[in-house]
Each structure stands twice: as C-alpha cells, then as structure tokens.
Design a protein around this ligand. Structure first.
Ligand code: NAD
Ligand code: WQD
Length: 376
C-alpha cells in the first residue's frame, strides 16, 4: 500500500503518538495540538499516568476529538489494528519503550522484548495500513564512548554499555533497513541528549517511579524535601570542575523538534540539499512526502556539569541543595554534548531555553506536584 501524504495542512494530519502519556510524549502532544495536528495516543501506562493527558487537554484546551487516548500495549497487535482502523493515521511519533539504563542490565529480556518487539509489531501494523512515516526516539547513548566531542551525527556509533542503549542502536538499524527494503518509508531518528525541565504551566513534567536514576529529578526531589542530599557521581573527571558534563535540553524544545521533524518529512522546510553523513536521503515521493532516513542530534550544544546543575537549581528554587561527592557511577562518561547544526539547517529547529529556564520550569512542576501525578 502506498505511503500516506504528509505534504498537507497540519489540521488534516493525524499523528499516532506511542508512549504519549510519558514525559517527552506528553510535552510533544501539547506542541502538536498547539500546531493544529490531530493526535492519537497509545500508551499502556506502564511508566505514566492518564492524568498527564487530562492535563494536556487543560493546557491546550482542545476538544476530545483532537486528542484520542487508547490505553493499550504496542505489543498487542489486535489493539493496534483497531487503532489504525478507527483513525486515519498519517504519521507516527514513537516514544513507547522502557528507558532505565540500570534496570535494563537486570532485565535484558524485558527490555529487548518491549522495545524491539514492540517496534516491530508497530511498524508491521502501520505498513499494513499504508503508514510509513515514523519519527523515532533515539538517544545520544548510541554514540557510546564518543569518538569526538562535541558530537555530530557523523560521529561513529559505538556499542552501548547496557541493553537499553543496545535497543536504541538496534532499532536505528532496523528502521534504516526498512527504508532500504522499501523506499517509501520515511524515517527520522532523533538522538536526544539529556531532556529535563517541564511545561511552563507546571501541569506536566517528569514523574519517575521510586528513587530517580537521573540527575534532574533527583535534584528536584531533594529541593522539595523528599530526598536528603544529591550524590554527585565523581569529581575527578577531566572536566572544569571534575564532575560529569552533559547537554541538558528543555523538554519543550525537544518536543518542538518532533514537530519540526514532521514538517521536514512533509517537505515543507529544507531545500532538498544533501543531508550529510549519517543520513540516507531518498527522492521526494510523488505524493510530496520526503522519504529517506534523517538522523538528527537534539541538544543545545552546551555542556553543563553536575555542579552547574545543582547551582542552577538552587537559584531556581531559592534554597541550597545539599550534595555529597560519591564515587563515579559505572558506565558513565566524562563529557557528552552535541553539535546541533544539522537540525538547525535541515529542520529549521534550535533549542531556545537555557539551563536556568530548564531548572525554573522543573522546579515549578516539582513544587506544584511533589508526588507527581499520584494517580498510579
Ligand atoms: P517515559 O517512560 O516517560 O515514556 C515512555 C512511555 O511509553 C510511558 O508512558 C510508558 O507507559 C509507555 N510504554 C512503554 N512501553 C509501552 C508499550 N509496550 N506499549 C505502550 N506504551 C508503552 O519516557 P520518556 O522519558 O518520555 O522517553 C520517551 C522515549 O524517549 C523513550 O523511547 C526513551 O527511551 C527515549 N529517550 C528518553 C531519554 C530521556 O532521558 N528521558 C533520552 C533519550 C531517549
Ligand atoms: C547526568 C550526569 C551522572 C545522577 C541517561 C542515559 C541516556 C539518556 C539520558 C535515554 C552524569 C550525574 C546523575 C545522580 C549524579 N537516556 N549524576 N548523581 O547518564 O547522562 O544519561 O539519561 O536514552 O541514555 O544514560 O543522565 O541524568 O543519569 O546523569 O552525579 O544522582 O549526572 O554521573 O554525569 P546520563 P543522568
């Protein structure tokens, strides 16, 4: 079946957002709805709450028919078939998956099954319904120990140190192979750096289960008094203050990157010039859709250390954040930040928000919702 046409007015485009109740998914739903897209979410709520989508409705004020929610698993083929039959889906933004690095080492089977098999079922059902436009949540983790810093898309992929990272790398390959086998596939691999922050309304944000693994939610929970002190994993790295450096990106900027990727797929921006290393560009299809595989880093291009983050968050919340230096965490690298020129040139996208804004928005979310959505 021929692929769906994305070169049309976005009011006529329906986007299936897998994992749309999650952290990045919920923020992306807001940006899509604000831009006039119709959104269908499929999420099994394994790491999220339906309350997030209610809040997306509050923020955007959209009528029910513009945001539909199916509480289903992407591994459930029959449920997916029903979703594709009941909705005229044009494109997919695929967030659904497990994402905890440490847990993936303990539960490799669950991670490979959910992330890989889930994506295979999704793509198979989508193809059967003539939908071959997909934006995939990849990660800077595919660069492994990066060959050079700052990281461009031309930086060779290195083997990830954990099953989670392997699933991202493998799925990039699988999706690329789909395009090689059938040139109608239109694939964007977005390699996120470290998403943090929250919507400025303070209504949606990151709501990790249990003790957070990632720095920002940990710092936020110390700030709100739920945890005592931040453990800083190593102060003897070869960095300006000895602590690890990352490229933190505001989740709303990241969400906007997905809208930019959809536009790019529809051929609405960009001039068809060579996409550069790490991407396969195909010809524009007769239906106006730009086929091929586009690979883009999404970060800010700025590195911040753990202590920079602690300081910025202290300023945002107006109190000192206690911290203690701990040993290095296994598997961590010293420095990781991106060059995002390709996304700027091809997607017409750039991050707008700096670290202080990320912390201010994160603090608003955390202080207004100390127990997150609290609805699980
Ligand atoms: P999240 O856990 O908040 O969102 C993922 C969503 O997918 C959750 O709502 C979960 O309930 C749902 N889900 C999981 N398995 C499912 C299944 N089989 N069927 C249906 N729904 C399912 O995570 P997030 O931070 O929003 O991340 C979204 C995507 O971005 C993930 O693929 C993640 O690997 C990727 N990513 C995240 C980061 C990060 O630091 N947050 C960085 C790089 C890439
Ligand atoms: C950031 C920095 C830590 C917690 C992870 C995944 C990656 C991607 C994004 C999905 C590091 C330090 C952390 C703490 C600390 N996710 N730290 N104390 O490891 O860069 O990336 O999330 O794709 O794949 O690996 O993010 O937030 O865990 O750590 O000192 O309690 O903060 O050592 O330098 P990371 P993070």
């Amino acid at each position: 079946m021929a692929n769906k046409n994305l070169a049309q007015n976005q009011n006529e485009i329906t986007v299936l957002v897998t994992g749309g109740a999650g952290f990045i998914g919920s923020h992306t739903c807001v940006e899509l709805l604000d831009e006039g897209y119709r959104v269908v979410v499929v999420d099994n709520l394994s790491n999220s709450s339906a309350a997030a989508l209610e809040r997306v409705r509050t923020i955007t004020g959209v009528a029910d028919d513009r945001l539909r929610f199916y509480e289903s698993d992407i591994l459930n083929r029959d449920a997916l078939k029903r979703i594709f039959s009941e909705n005229d889906i044009d494109a997919i933004i695929h967030f659904a998956g497990f994402k905890a690095v440490g847990e993936s080492v303990q539960k490799p089977l669950e991670y490979y099954w959910n992330n890989i098999a889930g994506t295979l079922v999704l793509c198979d059902v989508a193809r059967a319904h003539g939908v071959k436009n997909i934006v995939f949540s990849s990660s800077a983790t595919v660069y492994g120990e990066p060959e050079f810093i700052p990281i461009t898309e031309a930086c060779p992929k290195h083997s990830a140190t954990n099953p989670y990272g392997q699933t991202k790398s493998m799925l990039e390959q699988i999706l690329t192979d789909l395009y090689v086998g059938d040139n109608e596939w239109n694939i964007v691999l977005l390699r996120y750096f470290n998403p943090i922050g929250a919507h400025e309304s303070g209504l949606i944000g990151e709501d990790p289960k249990g003790i957070p693994n990632n720095l920002l939610p940990y710092v936020a929970q110390v700030a709100v008094g739920k945890l005592e002190s931040v453990g800083v994993f190593g102060d003897d790295y070869d960095t300006p203050d000895g602590t690890g450096v990352r490229d933190y990106i505001h989740v709303v900027d990241l969400a906007r990157g997905h809208v930019a990727a959809l536009r790019w797929m529809g051929g609405k921006v960009g001039t068809g010039k060579a996409i550069g290393l790490g991407s396969i560009e195909g010809p524009t299809q007769t239906n106006g859709t730009r086929a091929g595989v586009g690979i883009f880093n999404l970060g800010t291009g700025t590195g911040s250390s753990v202590l920079d983050v602690v300081k910025a968050f202290s300023q945002a919340c107006g109190k000192d954040i206690p911290y203690q230096i701990k040993p290095r965490r296994a598997g961590d690298i010293a420095v990781n930040y991106a060059v995002c020129d390709k996304a700027r040139d091809e997607l017409d996208w750039a991050a707008r928000f700096d670290l202080s804004r990320m912390c201010a928005d994160s603090w608003r979310w955390q202080s207004n919702n100390p127990d997150g959505y609290n609805a699980r």
